[in-house]
Design a protein around this ligand. Structure first.
Ligand code: NZQ
Ligand code: ZN
Length: 389
């Protein structure tokens, strides 16, 4: 295992009724000015908005609403939120939603406490956060990104056509309230894409060195099996509490830094998806579903032993009478079959991407992740994207 330091400052409250029980108490340690941030209409339709509003009103909070946070949140939206937070002297931000709302609010919490240009100083490059961002609490409404338990925020700069994630521990939410019942209303497509995002985060960590026996890989195998078993159950019965709660916690476990400890981590598929998103605004989990099988077919020979382990231990592929290459290929095929089973796309055209000419620009603007098995280059990424088309 590689050396590591571990800290996670987010306090998690998980389970039925946790918002009613713990929201007011958690907010009471901050000032009275609360920014209530959310996306579109979903929290108004499923009653979550009313439930939260009632708690805030009963606590005598001055509420500043920051709504309309879109999927793949933009830098422009971050600046809008920061302006609102400054004007209303916001003491604490309450983000209610999925990765997009949480990420946007992390960036707002930094931008509202900083006088310079947050994009050039903290997203274009890694910066040092020497000041205190506005405290942030989150209420998770969709399982997927795991943003609730890290400092990561993925922001799209539309003008520059760059989608970039940075992880600043000071942006870790102070508290995360996670009621699996809040995710009952998530539509099938988003349930599947969020679920695949969880699997992707685990695979991106698993397929990297070290490969000798280590705790992180063993936890990862168990988590992958849990997602593979629970995601179809949640799709079949959206109100299956056990399936929804397993997905919700697996999402957090995948991104709360624990499985990354001692691992190099790859995240090349994410780098490609982020630029795909910057150019096409595609759904994050759907983009990953298209990229992963093609990417793994490109690199698996460089990490053959691990891909064999993945096939046998995660997908239950039989090794009998097969070469290592055949076992590994069967594992990647099982992954692709699972993607089809949960109704996600496996080709860029299914994502609505019809301009093949964009692929070269996407490949050119992609970061190369240093931690994976294969030797990546702009040419290799373009080849993978062409295979995805
Ligand atoms: O906007 P509303 O109306 O709320 O609808 C949302 C949105 O359309 C809907 N939704 C959320 N909760 C719901 C619900 N619909 C019904 N019932 C509910 N309870 O779901 C849709 C998608 O929401 P979004 O937040 O965009 O999805 P997700 O959680 O997948 O987040 C995606 C963003 O997170 C970034 C992605 O790149 C993308 O920008 N990521 C963030 C990461 C991090 N911070 O650690 C890591 C990830 O790899 C990822 O890159
Ligand atoms: Zn992701």
């Amino acid at each position: 295992m590689n050396n590591f330091i571990f800290e996670n400052s987010t306090k998690v409250y998980f389970g039925k009724g946790c918002v009613k029980e713990f929201l007011a108490g958690n907010l009471s340690i901050y000032g009275n000015n609360v920014m209530l941030a959310y996306g579109g209409e979903s929290i108004k339709k499923n009653g979550v908005y009313d439930e939260i509003k009632e708690i805030l009103t009963a606590g005598g909070k001055n509420i500043t609403e920051f709504s309309g946070i879109m999927s793949n949140p933009t830098y422009k939206k971050v600046l809008e939120g920061a302006k609102l937070a400054k004007e209303n002297h916001v003491d604490v931000i309450l983000a209610v939603g999925g990765g997009s709302v949480m990420d946007c609010c992390k960036a707002v919490s930094l931008a509202a406490a900083y006088d310079g240009d947050i994009w050039s100083d903290y997203w274009e490059k890694n910066g040092i956060v020497y000041f205190e961002p506005i405290p942030l609490g989150v209420i998770v409404t969709v399982a997927g990104t795991g943003s609730e338990c890290n400092g990561g925020a993925v922001i799209t700069n539309e003008e520059k056509k760059i989608k970039t994630g940075r992880d600043y521990p000071k942006c870790n939410p102070k508290f995360a309230l996670m009621d699996p019942e809040y995710t009952f209303s998530v539509p099938a497509r988003q349930t599947a894409s969020g679920g695949f995002d969880i699997l992707s985060h685990i695979m991106e960590t698993y397929f990297s060195k070290p490969d000798e026996d280590n705790v992180s890989d063993n936890i990862s195998q168990a988590l992958m099996k849990s997602v593979i078993s629970n995601l179809p159950k949640a799709l079949e019965n959206p109100q299956d509490y056990t399936a929804r709660s397993n997905l919700m916690w697996a999402a957090t476990m995948a991104e709360n830094r624990i499985i990354k400890l001692g691992k190099a981590c790859d995240f090349q598929a994410h780098q490609i998806e982020h630029q795909l998103g910057a150019f096409t605004n595609c759904n994050h989990g759907c983009g990953l579903a298209v990229i992963h099988p093609a990417y793994y077919r490109y690199i698996y020979r460089d990490g053959l032993e691990k891909f064999v382990r993945f096939a046998e231990n995660v997908w239950g592929i039989s090794a009998e009478g097969k070469t290592d290459e055949e076992i590994a290929s069967d594992g990647i095929q099982a992954l692709e079959d699972f993607i089809k089973q949960i109704g996600l796309p496996t080709k860029l055209r299914e994502l609505g991407i019809t301009d093949k000419g964009q692929l070269a620009d996407i490949a050119r603007s992609c970061n190369i992740a240093p931690g994976g098995y294969g030797k990546m280059s702009e040419k290799a990424i373009l080849e993978i994207l062409n295979k995805c088309y």
